[in-house]
Design a protein. Structure first.
Length: 159
């Protein structure tokens, strides 16, 4: 593994399992497959949110969702939030720069050495706690910025 460390937001993990998501499912599945070979770590928060989302929305039964989380726990290094990540998330939220759960995921990723997060839900091209946010869903498939992140190269220029 080489290149910039990154993480995946919960929505990417959900789309990777949700075959009814069509084009986003195909792109997310490609992202997860590539991420396994790249310098990607997953937050325990994203894995937990994934389990709740897919079971609550009826995308997968509990046993299937739990098995998927178990697989990802074996395939990816994982990180958990710290007290300092919680403090950073509270500060970002209090300043109105991010939702609490997004800020916590990004702060945790930053502590793990991630330079990027692939997410549909956060501001594309923005940054939180020094971590760049990239929406991987482009008009013609996988967005160029996401391709660069997954390829292990340097992060794309601003935007």
């Amino acid at each position: 593994m080489s290149g910039e460390r990154f993480t995946l937001d919960t929505n990417i993990l959900v789309y990777a399992l949700d075959a009814s998501a069509g084009r986003k499912h195909a792109i997310a599945a490609e992202i997860v497959d590539c991420a396994i070979e790249a310098d990607c770590c997953l937050t325990l928060q994203a894995l937990s949110e994934f389990f709740v989302a897919v079971t609550r929305k009826g995308i997968a039964p509990r046993a299937e969702a739990a098995a998927q989380v178990e697989d990802w726990l074996l395939l990816f290094p994982t990180v958990s939030h710290s007290a300092s990540a919680v403090r950073a998330a509270l500060a970002e939220t209090a300043a109105g720069r991010a939702s609490y759960w997004d800020a916590l995921l990004v702060a945790t990723a930053a502590e793990a050495g991630c330079r990027a997060v692939l997410s549909e839900d956060m501001a594309d091209g923005g940054a939180v706690a020094g971590v760049r946010i990239f929406n991987p869903f482009g008009a013609d498939g996988l967005a160029p910025a996401a391709k660069a992140v997954l390829a292990g190269g340097h992060l794309p220029a601003d935007g």
